[in-house]
Design a protein around this ligand. Sequence first.
Ligand code: SF4
Length: 107
Amino acid sequence: MTNSIDRRGFGRICAGMAAVAAVGVGRLAHAADLPHVDEAGAQAQALGYVHDASKADKAKFPAFVAGSQCSGCQLFQGGAAEWGACALFAGQAVSAKGWCSAFAKKA
Ligand code: SF4
């Protein structure tokens, strides 16, 4: 099985988790109210985030595995919701059907 987290991705994950911790658990309870990530934003572009995993740039991110999406990622905090918080996008919501290059399959 392919693990798509490289060293840079791991660093981003750590930074994102620290940011989420700073936001606080209470904020996460209202993840549905968060603005959606802008795919054109700097962080989204750097990570190759897309709202629709099927539109992931497979040439730029060859580690993409078909079928992987935010809802199956360890960093997705939306449960069964369509949108949820992600440790890498503090204060914003990602789509459950989205994907980025830091995808880490849930155990
Ligand atoms: Fe966040 Fe989705 Fe990327 Fe996982 S795949 S790190 S939930 S944006």
